[in-house]
Design a protein around this ligand. Sequence first.
Ligand SMILES: Cc1cc2nc3c(=O)[nH]c(=O)nc-3n(C[C@H](O)[C@H](O)[C@H](O)COP(=O)(O)O)c2cc1C
Length: 407
Amino acid sequence: MDKSILFTPSKIGPLTLRNRTIRAAAFESMAPGNAPSEMLYNYHKSVAAGGIGMTTLAYAAVTQSGLSFERQLWLRPEIIPGIRYITDSIHKEGAAASIQLGHCGNMSHRNICGCTPMSASSGFNIYSPTLVRKMRQSEITAIAKAYGQAVKLAKEAGMDAVEIHAGHGYLISQFLSPYTNHRKDEYGGSLENRMRFMKMCMEEVMSAAGSDIAVLVKMNMRDGFKGGMELDESLEVARTLQNECGAQALILSGGFVSKAPMYVMRGAMPLKTLTYYMPNGWLPLGVKIGGRFMIPSLPFKEAYFLEDALKFRAALKLPLVYVGGLVSRDKIDEVLNHGFEFVSMARALINEPGFVNRMKEDEHARCDCGHSNYCIGRMYSTEMACHKHIQNLPAKLIKEIKQLEYK
Ligand SMILES: Cc1cc2nc3c(=O)[nH]c(=O)nc-3n(C[C@H](O)[C@H](O)[C@H](O)COP(=O)(O)O)c2cc1C
């Protein structure tokens, strides 16, 4: 067997991580008023103390119009001291700190972002549900600049890295995907045109980053449905990010929240959990009736993105971060032996914030996440948590978890 590199340091741009592990951006729902909280502080401190190389504060919107949920960060000057408090505590534990920056485009709602959601093209997003309007040239330029502004704020907040969200059907991905981009101008049509907005954002990001902060990009290998981005185009996007945009690492993911949400995480959406935590109204009823059709399940297996990710490894030189279905040290070592520089985990670290330290002690450590996806079902309305940490769960939710767990 190859010698494990898991606990060896490695670099992303100007940054050296103490080991090969990254806590994936996974929406904590711990930012009431779109500002950091004690809960957010405690969670990331616990992951840092648990041995992670770098922890990522999940999705922070670069403008108010880019917010997709209440309780989500909106990066603006008045919250920088609060974020600084979190980065300082992460550093004290010996880990690095990153923040995911994005704009959700068509995945918002007037109640959340205070405007009609906008995207590459106009339309209707049934998942919000909301009417969506096409972005004007001036808005495209302004949002690209907002990415640069957000990177400057992330630096002020003491972040070691930023992660640009270019996947999962968020705004950059809405421009990239032929499913959501029907523009007839220089931002639509050919792949070159569909990449234009991403390149504009990256230009602002890299100029704001300078040589002080590392820049990672999370992107889709496939959108996960017919008519979306496939490997051939995504490989071209990855090459462009590497060769023209200056990205220092890519995180290889997939899926489209408004069309193929479970492609990102696999397994089933726990619909009883989802409706249980939703506020009363017509939405839970809609989910009960249509949820099974709108959010189809996909089987889970360990390292479910590995086959696709290997094609990117073969085509690219820059550091690559593998994400998707890692729960055991054995699989993590296998992924690293394939030439990925880093591994990233979300659910394993929701289940067990100290999983990285445990892997140090036990070469065959495996976390106890059963992928019932309870953590996903509840995050829409209350703070992220694994069911294993919740006391007195109602019997119907316990039953659903048992039905959906894959082992
Ligand atoms: C509760 C939860 C919230 C998530 N929120 C985000 C997010 O804000 N941004 C993002 O890029 N991915 C998000 N994801 C996806 C994860 O980053 C990751 O790509 C996915 O869960 C697969 O990794 P895993 O198998 O280690 O969980 C989320 C996942 C979970 C479980």
